[in-house]
Design a protein around this ligand. Structure first.
Ligand code: R5P
Length: 283
């Protein structure tokens, strides 16, 4: 598969070992995007590597690139989006809200034949196929997390901060041969969450490892860490697949007393400590 990588994905693209497709994306003075494919793709399988954090800025160039590849005769276009955006608004929480997951998915499906992603935020949609009409492949970062925990922490206690995280934390716990608990969370706003933590006295002496798919504002992890510290736990670790890290998130997590934050490189970030290149390269 010839790989056309978005600029942010250059490091990941280089470690995939796929043939590199040359393309150009720049902005006209008025802000519009200019996209041009330079490599020959007639009859070829092509991949577009584009993690969809900050998706609004990437969607149009992505659509332009896919269309140009199709127009140049690409036989099959696979979008490799290690982080898939617009999965969390999967219901109208308030009257009049756009259910963006159900709008974004058909839009992308029009331009690509297949989608490969890692730990998509599936909550009320049972599968990607429920909203995407292209062929979908879902990879999991759980084995990477389990391996990281086994290598670094002798007596971990894995903690999912909310019900949605159960799907990830249970798999990681199994791979790491560690116990796990799942907390309950209520979100009151973009930055406001309330978490209920039962007594974890039975697990005293273990190292708490919070496991989630996404760190965005850091509110979820920070709140859970505060509660764990109040119960006397120390050496708190946070593991997440996608390092979205909105402004101020890292500072919030450090202020909450977290000892270490480790993420995968689905989104390039200083906290990256687990490499998805191997699993992506094998698709
Ligand atoms: C939500 O259900 C997700 O799994 C994460 O817990 C959430 O997106 C994290 O967001 P934040 O870092 O803003 O609390």
């Amino acid at each position: 598969m010839i790989c056309f990588a978005f600029p942010e994905q250059a490091v990941l693209a280089a470690s995939l070992g796929w043939p590199v497709g040359q393309w150009e994306w720049r902005h006209f003075p008025d802000g519009e995007s200019y996209v041009r494919v330079h490599s020959a793709v007639q009859g070829q399988q092509v991949g577009i590597l584009c993690s969809l954090n900050q998706p609004d800025a990437k969607l149009l160039p992505l659509v332009f690139l896919a269309s140009a590849l199709r127009q140049q005769g690409a036989a099959r276009i696979t979008l490799v989006a290690p982080y898939l955006a617009y999965m969390r608004q999967d219901i109208a929480f308030h009257t009049g809200e756009a259910v963006t997951s159900e709008i974004f998915a058909p839009l992308l499906s029009r331009y690509v034949d297949a989608l490969v992603t890692i730990d998509p935020h599936l909550h009320r949609h049972a599968s990607l196929e429920a909203i995407y009409s292209c062929q979908c492949t879902v990879l999991s970062a759980a084995p990477l997390m389990a391996a990281w925990i086994k290598e670094h922490l002798p007596k971990p206690l894995l903690i999912g901060p909310d019900a949605e995280s159960e799907q990830w934390v249970a798999q990681v716990a199994k791979g790491a041969d560690a116990p796990h608990v799942v907390l309950s969370k209520q979100r009151h706003g973009d930055h406001e969450v309330e978490i209920t933590l039962p007594s974890l006295a039975a697990w005293a002496g273990r190292t708490p490892v919070l496991v989630d798919d996404i760190i965005s504002t850091g509110g979820t992890m920070a709140k859970a860490c505060g509660l764990l510290r109040a119960q006397g736990f120390t050496g708190l670790h946070c593991l997440a697949t996608h390092a979205l890290f909105a402004e101020g998130a890292l500072e919030k997590l450090h202020a909450a007393g977290i000892e270490k934050i480790v993420t995968t490189n689905t989104i390039a970030h200083a906290s990256n400590g687990m490499d998805v290149a191997g699993m992506v390269g094998r698709i």
